[in-house]
Design a protein around this ligand. Sequence first.
Ligand code: AMP
Length: 150
Amino acid sequence: MHVHAILKTKSASRKGPAVVTADPKATLAEVARSLADNNIGAVVVTTTDGRVAGIFSERDIVRHVAKSGAAALDKPVADLMTKAVITCTAEDSIDAVMTKMTRGRFRHVPVIGADARLVGLVSIGDVVKHHVEEIEHEATALRDYITQPH
Ligand code: AMP
């Protein structure tokens, strides 16, 4: 199974934009508000032409507030975001994305299109949900096979 299967189910159930993004000049306070308002764990920081400049997650907020106190909240996200972003494409396998998350110890992977623009985001929650659904389908198919007369 590939990443586009996850993007498809997400776009069917989503009310807002494909990915919640932040301007590089947004402050940490603004990003924190966006994470809370959208009930998400990370924003992708994008340039005006829609390219990925960085990623910033709730874990980064905790880290920077612990280090600098409330003063961190006035800083622009561009100064504190993770710039070396690991991305994937819609054609990548979900297993490959899971491996990236496990190896990198992060829970969000932006999905990039052919023109290097952001087309989606896969979270660990999406991957787990997909996995559980796959296992449930398999169990149903096996149960049907066992119970049908041969
Ligand atoms: P997360 O587990 O997604 O909350 O992120 C944990 C840490 O990894 C934070 O410092 C994030 O900025 C960073 N991070 C999250 N996603 C990625 C990614 N796809 N590529 C690189 N770093 C990331």
